[in-house]
Write a protein that binds this ligand. Structure first.
Ligand SMILES: Nc1ncnc2c1ncn2[C@@H]1O[C@H](COP(=O)(O)OP(=O)(O)OP(=O)(O)O)[C@@H](O)[C@H]1O
Length: 519
């Protein structure tokens, strides 16, 4: 690092001899002032370090080294007690201090050379008539936010710079600051947020999110599903319907929950073989399960792989098709439901609200390319080719949505790829595939789906809420035991509700007879 010397001004280039001669004492005084000015400026720039050093020296001067040790021990004790008693207020302070330390010892330390050598500093030649010098301008770090795995710097752009010019240098900055990954997010104006990811928080499998009514271990509860009076508590229904816009699927890189919208959206999951598409599909099915049990969602599932991936969940599904013929029928029926619903809803509402009478229909398709590119029967291919774009272009508002997985996201394979508003890019085999899934420039903004290691299935990139910057995520790992539990616990009740079995009371002697006689 010491050899990178962008910190220093370029040597002055004399253009003609100095004319003014000054006495030596005046030169020495000027040099002394300059030295003082540089020292004060250095102290101000590194005020945290200088302040800490001065504080330590003062303590040693007053109470000696033993006193300093006692003070450090006391502070450590207070920190441990604070952590145990109120961890929620303790950790933000720790991360703030950690961020200040990294700002001082890592980022400020290497900032100027990094800016010079990545062309993010501006050097302007100026001439005084006697000499040609260079004025230097460096982007300023305005704040830092640190956590266990990432440092986010908020940097003020210099005139003429754009977030794109920073994004181009992300790889170089990553190496200078020895980060695992560097991502640049542009703010609306003037600032960029540069994230240096140090550790990968997604290397361990992510446990599946807890479902709201997991605590209700009573198993399928028909009386609660379709209440005999048809009046399941409206707060529950409201909560379940709201949950359809953010179904928990896994975890984002920043530790927050990763959710996908299903109501009012279609979802495409793209990834090479073994990338973990199954875990995203199962994550969605699992997240939808409480609403399935409540009768607010119907799952119409197509598994062209003959049921290899999804047959496990059969009891949760309203319809399940595995052959291309039966899938074509299923899709035709979905189109018919969509059109009849549209006729009823048109002019009344712009987005269907699921009810037990008219539930949200989620058409799930594993390996959708089997239906669009690899079908050999021309008649069936034509039917599927007509139904899918109709559902994708018109199904969101009347509540018939598609969740599909695909290995190869090319247009020739999936011509209506762009009709999916929500897309997930898991591990890809080629560099341009992240752009195909998430849109042009996604890879440059950080969606390096082709660099996801094989050892991390379920890891991928998504775009959130119109934000062009991709977010790295990992789907929760759902094993066969969990699928079995979900299927048993949440399978829907047959329509018509629950009829209590009272035959035991009516067999030989009617219990009400006695009452009649007594009366
Ligand atoms: N989120 C995850 N966390 C940990 N391991 C996972 C995760 N998702 C999948 N795996 C593991 O990776 C393997 C491959 O996953 P999966 O079958 O879902 O991939 P896929 O993309 O559906 O592949 P294919 O297209 O060949 O069916 C699984 O056997 C599973 O053990």
């Amino acid at each position: 690092m010491s050899r990178i010397n962008g910190d220093q001004r370029l040597p002055r280039v004399p253009t003609r001899a100095d004319k003014v001669r000054v006495p030596v004492w005046m030169l020495l005084v000027a040099l002394a002032f300059k030295g003082l000015w540089l020292a004060l400026r250095g102290c101000w720039r590194h005020r945290v370090v200088v302040g800490s050093l001065v504080a330590v020296l003062l303590v040693v001067h007053r109470v000696g080294l033993a006193g300093l040790g006692a003070l450090v021990g006391g502070l450590a004790l207070v920190a441990v007690v604070w952590w145990r008693v109120h961890g929620r207020s303790f950790w933000p302070v720790v991360w703030w201090l950690w961020g200040r330390a990294r700002l001082t010892f890592v980022y400020r330390w290497r900032w100027k050379p990094a800016m010079v050598h990545t062309d993010l500093a501006i050097r302007m030649p100026t001439s005084t008539g006697d000499q040609v010098t260079f004025d230097e301008y460096f982007p300023r770090i305005r704040s830092i936010r640190s956590s266990r795995s990432v440092d986010v710097l908020r940097v003020e752009l210099l005139p003429g710079q754009t977030p794109a010019s920073w994004a181009e240098q992300a790889e170089a900055l990553r190496h200078v600051f020895r980060a695992r990954r560097c991502q640049v997010h542009g703010e609306t104006t003037r600032f960029v947020r540069v994230s240096f990811h140090r550790h990968d928080p997604l290397t361990r499998p992510v446990p599946p999110a807890s479902l709201d009514d997991d605590s209700d271990d009573a198993g399928p509860d028909p009386a609660g599903t379709v209440d005999p009076t048809g009046a399941r508590r409206s707060s529950d229904v409201g909560r379940l319907v709201a949950g359809l816009s953010a179904v928990p699927v896994g975890r984002c890189e920043d530790g927050t929950e990763w959710t996908l919208p299903v109501r009012g959206s279609h979802v495409l999951i793209a990834g090479a073989t073994g990338a973990g598409k199954g875990s995203v599909l199962w994550g969605l099915l699992r997240g939808l399960a409480p609403a399935v049990r409540a009768g607010l969602v119907e799952l119409w599932v197509c598994d062209p792989k003959g049921g290899m991936e999804l047959a496990f969940g059969r009891p949760l599904f309203t319809r399940f098709a595995t052959t291309t013929d039966s899938i074509a029928d299923l899709l035709d029926d979905a189109v018919a439901r969509m059109q009849s619903r549209t006729a009823v809803l048109a002019g009344n509402t712009r987005l269907h609200t699921p009810t037990t009478v008219e539930p949200l229909i989620v058409v799930v398709v594993d390996e959708i390319a089997s239906l669009t590119a690899y079908v050999t029967d021309r008649e069936v291919k034509k039917r599927i080719g007509a139904a899918l774009p109709l559902l994708l272009s018109q199904g969101r508002a009347p509540g018939v949505v598609i969740v599909a997985a695909v290995q190869d996201p090319r247009k020739e394979v999936l011509p209506f790829r762009d009709l999916f508003p929500v897309r997930v890019a898991l591990r890809m085999t080629e560099t341009d595939q992240a752009d195909l899934v998430l849109g042009n420039g996604a890879r440059e903004r950080g969606a390096r789906a082709d660099e996801i290691p094989r050892a991390l299935p379920g890891v991928g990139y998504v775009l959130h809420d119109g934000n062009p910057d991709p977010v790295r995520v990992r789907a929760g790992y759902i094993d066969d035991a969990e699928i079995g539990r979900i299927v048993t616990h949440y399978r829907p009740t047959p329509r018509g509700g629950w009829t209590p079995d009272i035959s035991g009371y009516l067999d030989d002697d009617d219990p009400f007879d006695g009452l009649d006689q007594a009366a």
